[in-house]
Design a protein around this ligand. Sequence first.
Ligand SMILES: [Zn+2]
Length: 200
Amino acid sequence: MVEQRERRSGRFFGRRVNCEHVPLLPSWAVAKMLDDPRKIPYLLIWKSEHDGEIKEAVRIAPHYETPGLGGLDWTGAVEIKRHDGTRNFIRTLLRPLPRNRGSVRLLICPYCNTGRRALYGWQPGGQYTSSSVTCPWQCRSCAGLRYASEGEALVFRSRWAFARLIEGQFGCRSPRPESWLPCVFTSPEEAASSGLITLR
Ligand SMILES: [Zn+2]
């Protein structure tokens, strides 16, 4: 209920959080884990480029069945467990690519039931209009996140030729935020050897 209120307030009171500023869980990382013949959990760590701190860490593992949830197809489902012990179960689906180029695994957003290439575990909330709080993993639009370019597209289009000219003249580019991707590890030991975490 609190979540619902937060979400609504995000829409109505001008909160604005760009998806590039919150950790992104990519479907390729989940696919890699599910396709790993060892059937082992993976560790995903998101480190902030600004202060070097770890802002999010999850353990993803294959999930086979949940008692009492009969009727749902849990083939290819995953458990996403946060550092604080909270868990989400996310179903996945394999979507065939055109021209027999294989298939891509998508994560099914539990709120809109749509296959997505990425989920987010943060939504607008907290002290500032641009601050975010953790939430269950869901797609960008269900989490109420925006792309940094939204609302600025018109300006960029009309100034595009000029921007390109400036870029050519001075070699500078307008900064375009990129997705905040995790480091993917197949064991805590591997993460420790990278220097990201220390094992107790
Ligand atoms: Zn959704």
